[in-house]
Design a binder for this molecule. Sequence first.
Ligand code: PAF
Length: 278
Amino acid sequence: MQVCYTINELLSCVDKFKEEKKSIGLLPTMGALHQGHLSLAKRAKAENDVLICSVFVNPIQFNNKEDLEKYPRDLERDIKLLEEINCDVVFAPSAEEVYAEEPEFTYSFGSLENVLEGPQRPGHFNGVATIVHKLFNWSKADRAYFGEKDFQQVAIVKDLVRQFSIPIEIVECPIYRDEDGLATSSRNVRLSPEARAIAPKIHEILLKSASLMKTLSISQVKGYVEGEFKMRKEFTLEYFEIVDAKTLQPVTLKGDNKIVGCVAVWLDGVRLIDIQKY
Ligand code: PAF
């Protein structure tokens, strides 16, 4: 496995892979790898000749300075974990090199970015699109792998690919959960043992909402979920929305379209998100 700390090092690896006509899978991450990342990495490795995994805490997608500072980092451990699953290249550039030039372009994703995470995290998706677009260009990957927990991010990345005609396949992968149901996230390590013990309630409430969806209306299900979080003082609900899976616009009536419930809650000073497909 090669670890590339500069863009030029990565470009040389990519040139070599292209000469050898190898298909390239890309897994973009911000490091602090967990089992969810590793399951994506294994899938990407199985479906491509080579796997490039980027480890880069992208400063411009954080709208909260404290969140950026507290974001867990352990590159040495990440490299070890990726080596164990036979990753071919780890790309861990510096922010100074990636943003040597101040980004001048502002992306626009219309109504996809005006809902859910968008209003809560101004500039977040522009930051994500900026780095993902660069990673797509540098890696020349055939496929890129994203977890479904960041449901809106996947929709935005697909739209980025559409708007810029980027020749890459976006592979959307199911949420990886710990045994007790908590969706894996790099932020989970920041939960105290007490908070970690109640965090699986998020998935439990969403699962129950899926069974209620069979008999109740959308607004009743929404009311149920909001009520469950509000009555537990440990949680501070930021939003729960039931949206169309494609447009991400809130839905009020059941129809033939696929719908999904998206939640963001604070627990023990940590912001957690999860989804439930209905
Ligand atoms: O999902 C993430 O970890 C990040 O948003 C990504 C896609 C690596 C871009 O920084």
